[in-house]
Design a protein around this ligand. Structure first.
Ligand code: BMA
Length: 340
């Protein structure tokens, strides 16, 4: 009998590999055949990483950050039977405007893919007089219509919730400056229509724990559970040799997700393997999506590794929630409404 409940569809064909009997730290383990996407995956694309996947028509679909050989990132569509072996479309996703004319961002990176009701939304970071958030919607993965930019610059990281809360779409993001964000907290904004965003709230800030003391940002779309919204996010530490990106876990209030119920004071995954420590940007694990099965509590976390690869890690709902609760440190700034 599972202790906690995942409130979502079952996913019988979730990719899965059993983990160890015992854990030194968090109950999270890597797929043994990582990375699942290697270098030069598409003609003209040197690396794919920081990407998001979803179940679709009994198989899987995803939006992938492809770093082109001119160094400019863009979003490519990928298809898979098993969510591990991916085939990519060689053309960039052809975004259009409301009138149906081509409307391509100058660059696009760190895409998330989230289904709310019957529509799939792609959310990414792009240029809008500086780094800002871009969005598009699709129902068939053939026509991709861009939506209005939700925020003015600068903002480099946004994640949509998979359902409306109190009748509103909910978006996590990290407002920043024009540089490579040498700071940053997670904020929440709501919208009645995916166009006008407001009622901004502070969710959580960098913590005194060194692994997330520089900046934090949303990762995978939160998973609805009986304990609240289970959120895997990234936390950044600064060293004399650059930033280190780890994965953290927190649980947000179900009806009011600007309130943090539990926040794990330790990372749940940090760069340790060669594909996480060595690459275009070393020491990065950057989660962008999960697949999860409500019947078994299995969770597969998709993360970018070293800005070079896509990798996969696993956990189980009961174990990860217990771990987050047992190691939870929630400060006043995490629990307040975030309106001051
Ligand atoms: C962040 C984003 C991510 C990237 C990370 C490490 O600011 O740009 O796309 O993975 O830096 O380079």
């Amino acid at each position: 009998m599972s202790k906690y409940k995942m409130i979502s569809e079952p996913l019988k064909n979730i990719p899965w590999q059993e983990g160890p009997e015992k854990f030194e730290g968090a109950p999270v383990w890597r797929y043994k055949e990582n990375p699942i996407i290697g270098r030069n995956p598409v003609p003209g694309v040197a690396r794919i990483f920081n990407s998001a996947v979803m179940p679709y028509e009994g198989k899987f679909i995803g939006v992938f950050r492809g770093e082109q050989t001119n160094g400019i990132p863009y979003i490519y569509l990928g298809h898979s039977e098993d969510a591990i072996h991916w085939e990519f479309e060689t053309e960039k996703i052809p975004f259009i405007d409301k009138e149906g004319n081509p409307f391509m961002p100058r660059y696009a990176y760190d895409p998330r893919l989230v289904k709310v009701e019957d529509t799939y939304y792609i959310i990414w970071c792009q240029d809008f007089y500086g780094a800002s958030i871009g969005m598009a919607k699709t129902q068939d993965f053939k026509t991709f219509e861009r939506l209005e930019n939700p925020f003015i610059p600068f903002n480099r990281n946004a994640v949509l919730f998979p359902r409306k809360i109190n009748g509103k779409y909910m978006l996590l993001s990290r407002p920043s400056d024009s540089g490579h964000t040498p700071f940053g907290d997670i904020f929440l904004s709501e919208s009645p229509d995916m166009e006008y965003w407001g009622h901004h709230r502070h969710v959580m800030e960098r913590s005194p724990e060194w692994w997330e003391s520089v900046k934090i940002g949303g990762g995978a779309a939160p998973i609805e559970t009986s304990e609240g919204w289970l959120m895997f996010y990234h936390g950044v530490s600064s060293t004399c040799n650059g930033f280190v990106y780890s994965i953290g876990g927190a649980i947000l209030d179900i009806d009011n997700p600007s309130k943090v119920k539990y926040r794990c004071e330790t990372f749940i995954l940090t760069p340790e393997e060669w594909y996480e420590e060595r690459g275009f940007v070393p020491n990065v694990v950057f989660p962008c999506a999960t697949l999860h099965d409500s019947e078994t509590g299995k969770i597969a976390i998709y993360y970018g590794a070293a800005d070079s690869y896509v990798a996969l890690a696993f956990t189980r709902l009961d174990d990860i929630i217990d771990y987050i609760k047992e190691h939870s440190v929630v400060r006043e700034s995490d629990t307040e409404l975030g309106i001051r």
